[in-house]
Ligand binder design. Structure first.
Ligand SMILES: [Zn+2]
Length: 137
């Protein structure tokens, strides 16, 4: 089996499914954020030293979604659906959904992160990309 690599290793684990997300938490006010950043707390203004890296389970509920029917970019074929998921830990994340047309989705449904193959890179490694799908329950 070919080696696999996450497309954006700073944001999530590419080897486990479901993947966990790399976020952060403020020691001073408890604010949890995603994606990870080192500028300081967006909520209370605490300096970067107050921030710690935390792993966020990729679970939450669908806030909103939109289906793209025409797309000129490479690497992804229309139609595809982009959703905003409110993670159980607090932050909102925007992600492409595995449900290409959005059919059967509605705001409020439970969603979970998953890892899908997006083909291979120039070194022949399988590139794994983060997606969200309707949770089993
Ligand atoms: Zn804070």
């Amino acid at each position: 089996m070919a080696e696999s690599v996450p497309a954006q290793p700073a944001l999530y684990s590419g080897s486990e499914n479901p993947p966990s997300l790399n976020g952060g938490r403020c020691h001073r006010c408890g604010y949890v954020f995603f994606p990870p950043q080192q500028y300081g707390c967006e909520s209370c203004g605490a300096p970067p030293e107050e921030l710690e890296a935390v792993t966020l389970p990729g679970r939450g509920k669908l806030h909103s979604f939109a289906t793209v029917h025409l797309h000129q970019g490479k690497g992804i074929e229309a139609p595809f659906t982009v959703g905003v998921i409110l993670l159980d830990d607090g932050p909102a994340i925007r992600s492409i959904l595995t449900n290409r047309t959005g059919q059967g989705l509605k705001a409020g449904v439970r969603m979970s992160a998953t890892i899908v193959s997006q083909g291979s890179d120039e070194q022949g490694r399988e590139v794994m990309e983060l997606r969200f799908e309707k949770a089993a329950r």
